[in-house]
Design a protein. Structure first.
Length: 258
């Protein structure tokens, strides 16, 4: 029987949920999505999430799924959200994990969204079987980072907030920053390259995996990157956040080996 968990990916614009087969790292249901409530306060986001999870919990054979993993764009420490770059400030210092658990009526595992996406890439995507220092960057509204050492996650690295030219690097290297400034892929690649170069000087990763929606069009900007490290586009594309959140719940529960 397949081992299943529900994965939730909370983003700046949408909340996405699916049932995930932990052995295949793939969806085992349709993907449900609602717009992220605005303002994205804890109460509003938790209520919207609970509604989606409830629709997927009950399986056709009557069993109920007991594992739920939730990825969120915040530093997550000991179940509390500690930062809020692209969500409401109400998440700062909020005991989010127990609050989600109370609304859903079952324990949940909360993780940073980029750490979740990274986990999915490491287990089932471009990072599969790769040892050493592997960095997964998710490039979307912000830039998230998931750092792995021999396949184990170093959580909450937040490399989108490295200071470059006096401000957060993600303000120039995110996908939204490219659109906001109406930049060509080539011109934007220079800003991303500067971000990657700064990271490279600090961490010397063996492999950099670039994820987020832009990984679908990697050929438009990869040729312009000059960082002397292997760079690969992510393979799970927009599913990575959901799959990774579910894997995180599974790994925490001891269902999947770390
Ligand atoms: C947040 C991170 C998040 C990333 C991608 C950043 O602005 O600080 O926590 O992983 O955006 O969503």
């Amino acid at each position: 029987m397949a081992r299943l968990a529900i994965g939730v990916d909370i983003g700046g614009t949408g909340i996405k949920v699916a049932l995930v087969d932990l052995d295949r790292g793939a969806f085992a249901s349709e993907r449900l999505r609602v717009r992220t409530p605005q303002p994205a306060t804890p109460q509003a986001v938790i209520a919207a999430t609970a509604g989606l999870v409830e629709r997927l919990r009950r399986l056709p054979d009557g069993r109920a799924v007991a594992l739920v993993g939730i990825g969120i764009p915040s530093v997550v420490m000991h179940g509390a959200t500690k930062s809020a770059a692209n969500i409401d400030d109400g998440w700062i210092g909020f005991a989010a994990e127990p609050a989600f658990g109370a609304a859903l009526g079952l324990p949940v595992a909360l993780v940073n969204d980029a750490d979740a996406a990274g986990l999915a890439e490491m287990r089932f995507g471009a990072g599969r079987g790769r040892d050493g220092v592997v960095l997964v960057l998710t490039i979307g509204t912000g830039v998230g980072s998931g750092l792995f050492v021999d396949g184990r996650l170093v959580p909450n690295t937040e490399l989108g907030h490295l200071q470059i030219r006096g401000r957060d690097a993600e303000r120039r290297s995110s996908a939204v920053a490219r659109q906001r400034r109406h930049l060509s892929w080539k011109r934007w690649a220079k800003d991303l390259d500067e971000h990657l170069d700064t990271i490279d000087r600090l961490l010397s990763p063996d492999l950099i995996i670039l994820g987020g929606g832009i990984s679908k069009v990697a050929d438009r900007f990869l040729p312009y990157l000059s960082v002397g490290r292997p760079i690969e586009p992510a393979q799970l594309l927009n599913d990575a956040g959901i799959v990774g959140a579910a894997l995180f719940a599974g790994e925490r529960a001891g269902e999947v080996p770390l």
